[in-house]
Design a protein around this ligand. Structure first.
Ligand code: 58G
Length: 240
């Protein structure tokens, strides 16, 4: 997967991309991230990338002509241009899976108080990582890249680990334990020590359903549930 990041602050990405999982993905050639400084596409000697808002008011607005130039340099047919902004559609695991299939992704990061409204016509979609405002789209772009990297084959150790993720199948994850068998009076559930694989699988599914029911009932409405799942949910609601 190839990603171009358009930003006024390319240095913000250096640390995060050079660490851990993402760095491994890049070393293995599974992920190619290219940083593009929007300022390189300014036309005047002061390298002006932003200007005061038409109609007056506080703050600065990123210029559409500069962004258009930068985009035309990196995006071609077959690239998908995503603009990270608080007014975008909320990013979900479903969307991450979809974007992970893209060969070439272009992430546009705004800064300051905003970008010229006409930038929206230059992008394929607008995404938000949550209902809060940040000083720039850089952290959201990093969040998206991190989430995407987990779907590139070879990045996450076990393919199983991605399959079992919270949200992967529309449910929260089941609880995990490791040694010691008892900590602070809390014991690892017997079934997990039983070696009975079918019983373990059933227990995990039930606990994933239980958590989702208690913590995120909104997710249950759109999760794909089998008849067995419905049976387990009934047990939970009847017996706790
Ligand atoms: C309108 C207003 C257009 C993403 C602001 C562009 C980006 C939060 C998120 C902007 C962001 C999120 C200005 C700074 C977007 C720019 C950027 N804040 N929730 N801030 O994903």
């Amino acid at each position: 997967m190839n990603i171009d990041i358009l930003t006024l602050f390319p240095e913000m990405f250096r640390g995060p991309l050079d660490e851990s999982l993402l760095n491994k993905a890049r070393d293995k050639g599974l992920l190619d991230v290219n940083l593009v400084n929007i300022r390189d596409f300014t036309a005047d000697k002061h390298k002006t990338a932003d200007d005061s808002p038409c109609g007056g008011g506080a703050g600065m607005v990123m210029k559409v002509d500069v962004i258009a130039k930068a985009l035309s340099r990196v995006a071609g047919r077959g690239s998908r241009v995503v603009f990270l902004c608080p007014t975008g559609k909320l990013l979900t695991q479903e969307k991450v899976k979809e974007l992970a299939q893209t060969e070439h992704l272009v992430l546009l990061c705004g800064h300051y108080e905003g970008v010229d409204e006409r930038v929206r016509a230059l992008v394929d979609e607008e995404l938000s990582i949550g209902d809060y405002v940040l000083t720039g789209g850089e952290l959201p772009a990093m969040v998206l890249i991190d989430a995407l990297a987990r779907y590139i084959p070879g990045v996450v150790k076990e393919a199983e680990s991605v399959k079992n993720d919270s949200f992967h199948d529309g449910l929260l994850d089941y609880p995990s334990y490791t040694k010691p068998e008892e900590f602070s009076g809390q014991k690892v559930p017997d079934v997990l020590l039983s070696g009975h694989h079918a019983a373990i699988a059933k227990w995990r599914r039930k606990e994933a359903l239980r958590r989702t029911l208690y913590r995120r009932p909104d997710l249950l409405a759109s999760a794909e549930l089998s008849d067995e799942d419905r049976g387990l949910l009934n047990e939970i609601m009847q017996n706790g």
